[in-house]
Structure formats: structure tokens, C-alpha cells
Ligand binder design. Structure first.
Ligand code: NAP
Ligand code: F7E
Length: 325
């Protein structure tokens, strides 16, 4: 039985990846941090699976990582844990650097000394392209991050390359463009919109306050993207891959389609601008070129933009129908 260790298992991607690996017959170990209230909502459906074990630890605590890997001796390590919200990275740049940048070095050190045969996956991000140097962005596009989060991810990316080259480790980065789902955190713009649209539809809310409607993103479906992570670690050689749909849409497009999916009529009557959600520096347009992944991993997205918006709106309507407030 193959063994996988996932940091960030309680997050959107970690929970979908754990489901996928359990289905593939893996023994899965997930790192969780101690919290005063349990936050296992996203792994509720797998928590009693005998092939899943949760291990206590934190990206800031080297010993917990090294100890876990020494005990488990995993075949594969997926480092998905991070302070992942771009807006929060201006409010907490030091913490973002600790988790999202140096945290990667800590996990790599734990692999190097405690489980050197394990294959390692790093969750790199399209935010590294920031103020884009070319369109579309591929594995060779230079980085120009525009937030403390993006800067931290560039460190995580290059330290992964460096460990691969320095210690001959099987260490790869997936440069993933935005990917969403009904399990997306409510603070990210897609889920914020689909949740608000569901609440407006049910008469619980009147409007939504947003920042920059013109920003454009290459949005895909998270379940498709965790498949790519797994595929990257099944290759014979360690290489980095861009994972994206190749389409770009604005925040306004997302809002319009979400209102349409809920039969709400003209979107403009539900929208207010709030400058609090504008960013000190914006990433204006992202669009990825995933042709390397299509060719070498035989990977491709199964859900398009319209389908993604619809499935998220429908899921949020179901959730909101069951909740009182
Ligand atoms: P997410 O939902 O925010 O999940 C983040 C996970 O990291 C949570 O499980 C969180 O645990 C954990 N975590 C945070 N700080 C930690 C620490 N100090 N020690 C241990 N665990 C910690 O993020 P996601 O959307 O699943 O993204 C997964 C990864 O991919 C992240 O690294 C993100 O930056 C990257 N990424 C995401 C996207 C995207 O569009 N989703 C695109 C490119 C890259 P708690 O539950 O305890 O908070
Ligand atoms: O913002 C604009 C905002 O927070 C998208 C993370 O998973 O993907 C994600 O980062 C856009 C930005 O995602 C609001 O200015 C307008 O242009 O949903 P987001 P993000 O910043 O693209 C990358 C690939 C990651 O790696 C990250 O971990 O939407 N926007 N109004 C807003 N954004 C938010 N959150 N809230 C608003 O009200």
C-alpha cells in the first residue's frame, strides 16, 4: 500500500486530494494544527476512513514535520499548507513568509533528513506571474509577484528547484492557476459571490460588496487540479508543470453568470463597490498555457467556466436552504 503525507489536508485542495488518494488505495496521513474548535468540515466524509490518519503538527514547527516523516516514511509528500489568501498577505506579511515561504524549506528539510526517498510536491501558484511578462504564461515565463503572498510563493518555488538540483531529490512544483469548488473558502471572490447569490435568491441578503470587478483570472475546478498533482508524482523524472484552463474571465463575468444561474435578473442591482476589497497592488490578468501537462501528463480540465459557476451556485443554494441565518 502506497503512503502519502499531505500538509493542508483541512483546506480545499488537501481534502479533495485525500479523497482521490484514498480512492487510489493509498494510506493517507494528513497534518493538522491544533485549534480550539475543530475545523474538519471539508474532510467530514473521509474522517472515519481507516486508511486516513491525522497527525498533529505545524509548518512553523520543524520537529513536528521531521518526526511525522520519520515515523511514516511516506512514498509521496504533498505540501499544500500555506497562508493562501492574497489579501491577508498585506496584513500579515511576516506570517505569510513564515508559512508560505520558509514553511516549504522546513518540509523539504524534513524530507531530506527523515524520508529521503519520498517524492515531494510543492503547491506553486500563478500569483508568481503577477504583473505578467508574457501572455499566456507557461513554465518558462519569468515571475513578477505583486503581493507578499506571491513573493513567498516564489521562494517556495525556487527552494524546491534548488533542493532538486542540490540533493537529487524528486521535488516538483505544480504552478496552478486559480481553482475553485463548493469547498472554496468564503473569503475568495468566487465563493463569496456564489454564497451571496444563493443568499440573495433565498431573501437572506440584499446585495454583495466587492472590490475590483475588472481583474481577470483563469479559473478551473479544484477536483480536476488535484488529479494533476498526483500525476506529477507518478512521472519518471521530476519536472514542473503549469495547470490551467487556458481561458480568462473577469470578476464581473463571474458575478453576471452567477446571477444568471440563480435566475436573479440584472446583476447590477445586487452589486456595490467597497474600496476595502481593492488591493494595494493588483494582478490584472492571468491566463495559463497547460500544453506541457496536456502532452506529458495526459491531463486536461473536465469542467469549463460556465459549468464551474453553475455547480458552485447550485451547491451554495442547497447549503443556504439548510441553514437558518
Ligand atoms: P486553503 O483552503 O486556504 O488551505 C490551506 C491549508 O493550509 C489549510 O489546511 C490550513 O489549515 C493549512 N495551513 C495553513 N497554515 C498552516 C500551518 N502553519 N501549519 C500547518 N497547516 C497550515 O488553500 P487551498 O486553496 O486548498 O490551496 C492549497 C495550496 O495551493 C496552498 O498552498 C495555496 O497557496 C496553493 N494554491 C492554491 C490555488 C487555488 O486557486 N486554490 C492556486 C495556486 C496555489 P487550517 O485549516 O488549520 O487553517
Ligand atoms: O481574488 C478580485 C481580487 O481572492 C481574485 C488564491 O487561491 O488564487 C487565489 O488568489 C480577484 C482579485 O483570489 C473581491 O482583487 C474583487 O483580482 O479570489 P481571490 P486570488 O487573489 O487570485 C491564486 C492562484 C492563489 O495561489 C491564491 O492562494 O478578485 N476581487 N473583489 C476580490 N477578491 C476577494 N477575495 N474579495 C473581493 O471582494
Amino acid at each position: 500500500m502506497k503512503k502519502a503525507f499531505i500538509t493542508g489536508i483541512t483546506g480545499q485542495d488537501g481534502s479533495y486530494l485525500a479523497e482521490l488518494l484514498l480512492d487510489e488505495g493509498y494510506q493517507v496521513y494528513g497534518l493538522t494544527r491544533r485549534t480550539s474548535t475543530q475545523n474538519f468540515a471539508r474532510i467530514q466524509n473521509i474522517i472515519h476512513n481507516p486508511n486516513l490518519e491525522l497527525i498533529s503538527g505545524d509548518l512553523i514547527d520543524q520537529h513536528s514535520l521531521s518526526f511525522a516523516l520519520k515515523e511514516i516514511q511516506p512514498d509521496e509528500v504533498y505540501n499544500l499548507a500555506a497562508q493562501s489568501f492574497v489579501q491577508a498577505s498585506w496584513e500579515q506579511p511576516i506570517l505569510t513568509g513564515e508559512f508560505t515561504a520558509i514553511g516549504v524549506a522546513r518540509v523539504l528539510e524534513a524530507v531530506r533528513f527523515s524520508a529521503p526517498k519520498a517524492k515531494f510536491y510543492q503547491a506553486s501558484s500563478s500569483e508568481m506571474f503577477g504583473k505578467v511578462r508574457e501572455v499566456p504564461q507557461n513554465e518558462d515565463t519569468p515571475f513578477y509577484p505583486r503581493s507578499p503572498y506571491g513573493v513567498a510563493k516564489v521562494y517556495g518555488h525556487w527552494i524546491t528547484v534548488n533542493y532538486r538540483e542540490s540533493y537529487d531529490m524528486f521535488a516538483v512544483s505544480g504552478i496552478l492557476f486559480n481553482h475553485e469548488s463548493p469547498k472554496r473558502g468564503l473569503e475568495f471572490v468566487t465563493r463569496k459571490i456564489t454564497n451571496a447569490v444563493a443568499r440573495i435568491k433565498l431573501g437572506k441578503q440584499e446585495y454583495i460588496e466587492l472590490g475590483n470587478l475588472d481583474a481577470k483570472r483563469d479559473w478551473g475546478y479544484a477536483k480536476d487540479y488535484v488529479k494533476a498533482m498526483h500525476l506529477m508524482l507518478q512521472q519518471d523524472s521530476a519536472e514542473d508543470f503549469v495547470i490551467a484552463t487556458g481561458e480568462t474571465h473577469s470578476v464581473q463575468d463571474f458575478l453576471e453568470l452567477a446571477c444568471k444561474a440563480a435566475d436573479l435578473g440584472d446583476w447590477q442591482q445586487y452589486y456595490k463597490h467597497n474600496p476595502k476589497y481593492d488591493r494595494p497592488a493588483e494582478v490584472d490578468v492571468l491566463i495559463g498555457d497547460a500544453s506541457k501537462a496536456k502532452k506529458m501528463l495526459n491531463w486536461q480540465p473536465s469542467v469549463n467556466f460556465e459549468e464551474l459557476v453553475k455547480l458552485m451556485v447550485e451547491a451554495d443554494i442547497k447549503i443556504e436552504e439548510k441553514t437558518v441565518h
